[in-house]
Structures are given as C-alpha cells and as structure tokens.
Write a protein that binds this ligand. Structure first.
Ligand SMILES: *Cc1c(COP(=O)(O)O)cnc(C)c1O
Length: 452
C-alpha cells in the first residue's frame, strides 16, 4: 500500500537550477557509474573550480588590487583541484604535511603555498621553509621553532603573523596585541632567519564588513612593521566567502516553517546551526563587497600592500555532487524511509549537529508516471545506527522511489563529501569521478586512479 501523505513534509529547498549538470544527470551516465562502482560516488566538475578561481581574480583586477587566491585544501581532498591549481598558478592553503605533499606533488610551487593551522608539526614547518612556502605563524613558540628551523636549513622563512580577531576574542587562533608586539620585535631582531611579509586572519562566519574592518587594521600593522624595517607588504584575509545554494524565497519559507514534525523521529535542529544556504552576496561578490567597504581597495593600493585570500567552499561552488543508489523503501506513519547504499559520513553537515539542506534529486532507473501528490520521505544510510540519517527531514520526491533509483545531492564538493568519510562498517570510501567537459563532450575518469 503506497502512502503519499505530504502533510508533514518539510518545505522544499531546491538548489539553484544547474542546466548543464541536469543534462549530465539525465544522460544515463550516473546509472552506468552506479552499476560499475557498486556504491555511492561523487561527481566533480573541475571547470567550475577554474571559473570560480577566475571570478575571484576578476574581482581583484576590477578593484585594481594586487593579490593572490589560495585554495583552502581542507574543503575537499580531490587531486583534481591540485592539478588545476598547478596548471593555473593558483595558490593552495595547506595545514598538514599530507596536504603540502599533495600540493607539491601535483606541481604547485612552494612559493604559491600558504601554511596555516595552529602549532604546526615540525616536519611540516621544515618542508615549508625549504620549499619557500609562506607560513602563517599562530603563536610565539611557533615563531621560535620557525626561526630555529630557518637557521638550521640556512634559508630565511617567509612568514605572516596571524592576528587573533579582536571581535572573536574566544578564538583559539592567532596572536593577541601583546603577542604581536613581541613577535614583531623578534622578527626585527632575526632578519637573517625570517622575512616578515605581513599579517593574516581567518574569521568565522560570512559577514563582509568585519573582514574589511580587520583588513584595515592589518594594513595599519603593516605600516607599523615597516617602521621596524620589516617587509610587511601583504595581508591575508582568510576564507569564509559565502556560497549561495538556494534562492531567498525558499530559504525564508524554510526557516519560518520548519518544525520537528517535518523530520523523522521528531528530530529538531536549531535554525542558527544551519549553514546560511541563501546569501544575497556570495562568492566573488563577497570579495567585491569587502574591497568596497572602508575603501579597502584604495587603501591597499595606497599602502602598496597585496591582498591574499584563502577561499575553500566558495571555489567549490557547483563543482560537485554526490550520488547514492536507493537500496530499500518502507512506509512508516505517513511517510517513507528510503535507505541508500552509503552513509551520512558523505554529507558532513550531519556531524555538526546540523543537516545538509539543499534537496536531493531523484533519478528514476526506469521511467514512471508522476502521481498527483509528491512522496514524502527521509533518507537513511546503510549502517546499523539510528543516527545515520543522510536526510532527517521528510523531503518531497516526485514519486515513490524504487530500488535502483538514484538520489543526487547537489553542490556537495565544499566540505560535504569527504571531510568525515571513513570505511565504517567496512564500506569502501565513495570514489570521486571527474567529469571533463572540454570540447563539448562529457568524459569521465577517476580522480585518483584506484590501481595507481
Ligand atoms: C578553513 C579555512 C579557510 C577556508 O574557509 P572557507 O570557509 O572554506 O572559505 C581559509 N583559511 C583558513 C586559515 C582556514 O582555517
């Protein structure tokens, strides 16, 4: 007996239309890949990454600002982003030796790498200094280790001093006023071991004004550092450029109407814990807004200071999606429980007390006629844990799914697909499939070849 009650379905939250991806999804390729790979997989669209990098660079150019974009590698582990950075001369932001090796191994120049993260491992710092990477120093003891290493390898270290954001005093990252003062004095004494190139910060949240405000403060710090004889000719404003996943109307309605009965098991999420899936100003436009605020662009040019940025999520906007196969469907209290062949570890939001909200799209294995009423269902993972829900809320699917249909989660490249994946239950990690669309045809290949 088919149940299609949608009285308690969550308000719809469709991702922005993406006709190019829809054409690929409609081509039958996802079903072929699902059959071949025998489990969930991720699709990657590197052309989108290139276009996103280019749009940030264009925003710098328009504002007459010299600078460099560094892709924050933690947002997605695929090799293809490193290939693209190496080929275009785009920088990479790394925070571990593994990430640094991956960047260098794909041909990203050491001088185009910025190393961030707290209390960095000795091996990471040593390779970074030898390769001429820019090291964002997070603490005074770390600065001492960098100076000692630089002397040991007889090569001055290139450093930025990371600022503790005054507006986020509980941040565990960066140097406070007193520490900055001490670090500057230390750099001025140790010019044989260090080239102090400037300052950096990374703010939580996505607001543009606080970034412009803190950037202006860093500019003032550059002038102060120059008075001590230091180079101080660049600042990094980190990442946190918002991604706009859905339109304002759907987003506002979702926030206003969502309530526990829209979720499996009466689950509730605090609205404040949701990522802001709609942002009126996002991506390169967020950079434009930062550059306009407090005359930042003009001030940078006047001071001869370069602007470095470290976007992660924003460079991956619309550059990937995640495909599951439906493995079972059952009806329960007026809605369906769809079980897919993967786990919620492929959608990291679940592990931050939150839910990935852009609606999944059903790709039926066989054409079936759409009924009058949508079918409301939550989506569970193929593990033995109650909490392994890929989607807690009851989403509206056009028809009752059947075994073998595919469920595609849109726009998952930024932080969703791989940061929490593990071989839990001895399930294989979902492979990443790169879609190359050069020349108008779509061809696929593995991101890292399984036999390599
Ligand atoms: C995580 C991080 C970023 C990237 O943040 P996004 O929100 O993905 O743009 C940039 N810089 C630093 C230091 C980070 O820790």
């Amino acid at each position: 007996m088919e149940v299609t009650h949608t009285a308690t379905a969550a308000p719809p939250l469709p991702a922005h239309p993406d006709p190019k991806l829809d054409a690929i999804l409609g081509s039958g390729l996802p079903h072929e890949l699902s059959y071949a790979l025998g489990g969930p997989f991720h699709l990657l669209l590197p052309d989108r990454f290139d276009a996103n990098v280019a749009s940030f660079e264009e925003a710098l150019r328009e504002a007459g600002v010299e600078g460099r974009v560094y892709y924050a590698k933690k947002a997605n582990k695929a090799a293809v982003w490193m290939d693209r950075c190496a080929l275009s001369g785009t920088g990479v932001d790394v925070a571990s030796l593994g990430e640094l090796r991956d960047a260098l191994g794909h041909g990203v120049r050491g001088e185009h790498v910025v190393v961030t993260g707290p209390a960095k491992a000795e091996d990471l710092l040593r390779v970074a200094v030898l390769q001429g990477c820019l090291v964002a120093v997070d603490a005074l003891d770390e600065l001492e280790r960098v100076l000692a290493l630089a002397r040991a390898v007889a090569r001055p270290a290139r450093v930025l001093l990371r600022r503790l954001p005054p507006a986020q005093p509980h941040s565990r990252f960066g140097l406070d006023d007193g520490e900055l003062e001490a670090a500057l004095a230390r750099c001025a004494q140790a010019t044989d071991a260090v080239v102090m190139e400037g300052f950096s910060f990374h703010l939580s949240g996505y607001a543009t004004e606080p970034r412009a405000q803190l950037a202006v403060q860093l500019l003032e710090l550059c002038l102060k550092a120059r008075a001590l004889g230091l180079r101080a000719d660049r600042i990094s404003i980190g990442g946190g450029f918002a991604v706009d996943y859905t339109d304002a109307g759907h987003w506002e309605r979702f926030l206003a109407e969502q309530r526990p009965e829209h979720y499996h098991a009466g689950k509730s999420f605090a609205a404040a814990d949701f990522y802001p899936y709609h942002s009126p100003v996002a991506g390169a436009d967020a950079l434009r807004a930062v550059l306009r605020t407090h005359r930042l662009a003009e001030r940078l040019s006047e001071a001869g200071v370069k602007l470095l940025l470290e976007p992660g999520r924003a460079l991956l906007d619309r550059a990937g999606c995640t495909v599951f196969r439906v493995q079972g469907v059952k009806d329960r209290n007026g809605y369906g429980i769809v079980t897919v062949d993967g786990t919620s570890l492929s959608l990291s939001e679940q592990w931050f007390n939150s839910e990935y909200l852009p609606d999944p799209v059903l790709l039926p294995a066989t054409p079936r006629s759409v009924g009058d009423e949508p079918y409301a269902a939550c989506v569970g993972g193929t593990t033995c844990l109650e909490s392994d829900m890929v989607t807690w809320r009851k989403v509206r699917l056009p028809i009752r799914p059947a075994i073998g249909d595919l469920l595609v989660y849109p726009n998952t490249a930024g932080y969703q697909m791989d940061s929490n994946e593990s071989p839990f239950h001895e399930l294989p990690l979902p492979p990443k499939v790169v879609l190359d669309t050069a020349g108008g045809t779509t061809r696929w290949r593995f991101d890292r070849h399984p036999l390599a």
